[in-house]
Every structure is written in C-alpha cells, then in structure tokens.
Design a protein around this ligand. Structure first.
Ligand SMILES: [Zn+2]
Length: 477
C-alpha cells in the first residue's frame, strides 16, 4: 500500500512568481523550486515572511531552472537552516552561479541606497539576503544530467537528513527533461513509489532559434503546469520584420534603442536576431552593447553548452562565436557603462533587468526615456507592478531613482521572443500525453490566464484540472 502524498503550493499560485511547491511523502519533505516573489509590493513582502515549514525539515530541493522566480529564494532558505542537496541540471548550476550572487548584490545595494537617501520606513533597511548567503546556497547545488533518474537521498553524505531512512521505503527519484525554456531548463519528473509527479517548471516554445523544442512527455499521474500565457497566443513569427523596422526607425531618428532584457535567456535570442538581420543586410551595422556583466558571462555558458541548444546552433559559423554581432561590445566596468549612458551616438543597448525593476538598464532608461529620438523595446513578460508593465501599458511618466520622468521615447514590445509557451503551444505539448494525468494543477499564471487555460484543458482534452491557490494543500487522488 502506498503512503499518502501531498503537495502544498507555497508560491506561483494565482501569480507568476515565487515558484515553490512542497511535496510531502513518507514523512519526508521535498521542495520543488525555490523562487522569489517579484512585482507588486504585496507579493514582494511575502519574501520576508517566515518560511511555511522549518527549512531544516526539508530533505532536498529540486530546481527546474535558474530564473530568479524559481531559484532566487535559495539563499534565504539555506540561511534559515536548509542543509540538504539542491538537485538541478549542470546548465542550471552554471546560471545559478551568476544569478544568485547578482541578486544578492542588488539586494545589498538597494538596502545601502535606501539607507543613504533615507527613502525607507525601516531603519536600517536590510537586504533580503547577502552575497555570503548566496555563496553558501551555491555549495548545496548537486548537478545531474538530463534523462538520468537519480535517488534524492540514500547516498553517502546524507547524514543531515532530518528523518531517518526507514527500511522498506523506496527512494524517490528525480529526472530532468529538457524544457527548452532556458539553458539547463527542465521539467522535474519525480517518482515516489509507483506514482509519477511531473513538475513542468516553465515550458519553452516550438520552432524557435537558440533553444530546442520542449521535449514531449507521454504520461504522469500528477502534472503541475505553468499558465503564464494561458489566455494568449504569441504573435506569429515574422522572421524578424518588426525588430528590423524598430532598429531602422530608431537609427533614422539618430536615437538609441534600449532593450531591457533578462540577463540570461533573452539576451541570447535578441543577439541571434540582430546578427541574422545584419547578415541579411536588413538593418545597418550598429554598435551593439551588452551592458550586463551577467549577460556576458551567461553567453559563455550558452556557447559552452551548445549541444543542449537548438541543433542549428552547432552548425557552421555559429559554432565559432554563436551570438556575436559585427560590432558587439560587452560593457565591463561601471565607468564604461556610465560613458555609454551619457553617449548620444546611435546604438543598440541590451541591459538588464528585463522588467526594468533594477540593474544598469535603469540608468539607460533615465538618460533615454525623455527623448522622442529613442526607443525602448521590451522582449519578455512584464509582470504587474513593474516599471516594464507600466511602460508597455502606455504610462506617461515613470519613477527612476526617486525622480518622476515624462515618457517621450517610443515604447515597443515584441512578444514573439517570449521564452514561455503560449496557450496553443501548451495545448500542443499536452497532446503528447498518451493518457490523461489523474490531476493537472495549474500554477504560474495570473488569474485570467489560469481560468482560460483551465477551461481549454477541460473542454478540449476533458482532463480534470485544478487552479492551485496560495498555501493550498492537496492530497493526491
Ligand atoms: Zn522561467
């Protein structure tokens, strides 16, 4: 007889950030994803709440990928007493080694700025976690290649486990399957006894450059599915036409094109398209600045793991410098970044963060947003409450570094570069299942998207489907 399995949704339930799913089986706790809440203040405040269970009681963590909304809470979890292994793919480990210290640095810097300028109600303002916390969290990462189920415990060195292993228990296993959403991204297939739970993480897209298609999966007893674009279909791929138009129009006005971009993932695709448009002589050869040390480091990891990317990336010329445009410059020092910010020369600047919530892009926006010559182009999802969302929703002013500035620059967005499957792509992926899961839980979406996807799955596939609520606990059917 198999023991009950339960799942508690500790994040990304009814919203798109803070992914954390607590699996409890046979007296053990496994946390799948450990993400930060981002966006609206009410959500961000959740990062400061005590964790729902004692972190020391969690036996293992499994990460689907290295985006902060899936891994960014790890430093806090480790600081609060988690001692186990954090299982992930080697690509995820690489990218975590960039994003966690960077997030810690931003936290520390924000706290310092808030204290210096006194724009805080807290005295003193504290970082959510420090660079030391991030470094400690990284030492827990346990890389595992794709398609190799491995036991979550039972190996030497597991003496930290809070509950003694009982003879007769079967070890749960985890297997990572390429999700095509980011370098190293995966679905985590967890097997407990005779049951299979598939944590979908974030689902990639079909027929896109750089990343491979999401791997088909034939079955699972329980499925957790993201719903970010559950109510939307991405604009059809236009072979770079819109991007070419935006680049050409901005160049004609003699302006700068600022592209806020997630430092990992999106930068690669933006560069891929810019290079392709240059090769095809559809845009002028402009200086392209990658003003994000993390993006520059991530480019190296992408190039080093080209075998995990779209097959196109390992053929011909691309193998040599997979992402370089003709006049690409990676901006290293803060001084170089300042010079670039001050420069009025036509150029393309790719800088993070992707939703303009922090990072060097804020300085570029501050310098560029008040001139109609310039363009700001968003290429990723813009969560509610972020500056990016305000701008794409047509906001006429924006607050940057404590100053309110009028928005005169042209604001554009291209959704086709999204890394998330849209509603039709999600349905396409589900059509690969040879039998319906006994239950599909929808997570990682805003309410309208969750509702729309739930009704599509129910009507088109006839599957039982449930929208997860924050802190809801379910036992498996
Ligand atoms: Zn993601």
């Amino acid at each position: 007889m198999s023991s009950p399995i339960s799942l508690t949704f500790l994040g990304a339930a009814g919203t798109v950030t803070g992914s954390k799913h607590l699996l409890e089986a046979g007296g053990r706790r496994i946390l799948i994803d450990c993400g930060l809440f981002q966006g609206l203040k009410a959500l961000r405040l959740r990062n400061w709440e005590p964790f729902a269970v004692d972190p020391a009681s969690i036996a293992a963590v499994i990460l689907t990928h290295a985006h902060l909304d899936h891994c960014g809470y790890l430093p806090r979890l480790v600081a609060a007493g988690f001692r186990g292994r954090i299982f992930c793919t080697p690509g995820t480990k690489d990218l975590c080694s960039l994003v966690l210290p960077d997030a810690a640095h931003i936290q520390e810097e924000d706290a310092r700025q808030a204290n210096r300028h006194g724009y805080t109600k807290h005295a003193p303002a504290l970082p959510l976690f420090t660079t030391t916390d991030a470094a400690r969290a990284l030492t827990h990462l346990q890389p595992v290649g794709y398609n190799r189920p491995i036991p979550l415990w039972g190996q030497a060195g597991d003496s930290h486990l809070p509950v003694t292993y009982q003879a007769g228990d079967s070890h749960p296993t985890v297997e990572f399957i390429n999700a095509g959403h980011l370098l190293g991204s995966a679905y985590a297939r967890v097997r407990v006894g005779d049951r299979t739970i598939l944590f979908g993480g974030d689902l990639g897209r079909y027929g896109r450059p750089v990343l491979p298609d999401p791997t088909p999966v034939a079955d699972a007893d329980v499925l957790l599915l993201e719903s970010t674009y559950g109510d939307r279909v991405h604009e059809v791929d236009d072979n770079g036409d819109r991007l070419a138009t935006i680049v050409n129009e901005t160049a004609t006005r003699g302006g700068k094109l600022i592209i806020p971009s997630f430092a990992i993932g999106r930068v690669e695709e933006v560069l891929y398209w810019l290079r392709r448009l240059e090769d095809q002589k559809r845009i002028p050869v402009l200086p392209v600045y990658v003003d994000s040390p993390m993006a520059a480091a991530a480019l190296k990891f992408y190039s080093g793991r080209a075998n995990e990317l779209d097959p196109e990336m390992t053929t011909g010329q691309r193998h040599v410098c997979a992402f370089c445009t003709t006049r690409m410059v990676t901006v290293a020092s803060p001084q170089q970044s300042k010079d670039l910010t001050a420069s009025r020369q036509p150029a393309i600047v790719i800088s993070s963060s992707g939703m303009a919530t922090g990072g060097r892009v804020l300085h570029h926006l501050e310098a560029a947003i008040t001139s109609a010559k310039n363009t700001v182009l968003f290429v990723g999802y813009q969560a509610a409450g972020t500056r990016g969302r305000t701008l794409v929703d047509g906001g006429t002013e924006i607050k940057l570094h404590g100053r309110v500035l009028p928005v005169s620059a042209r604001i554009e967005r291209i959704d086709s570069m999204s890394a998330h499957a849209d509603a039709s792509e999600i349905m396409r992926w589900l059509s690969g299942f040879s039998r319906p899961p006994r239950m599909t839980y929808l997570v990682h979406g805003e309410p309208a998207a969750l509702q729309a996807l739930a009704s599509r799955i129910a009507t088109e596939r006839g599957w039982p489907v449930h929208i997860a609520a924050h802190h809801e606990r379910v036992e498996f059917p």
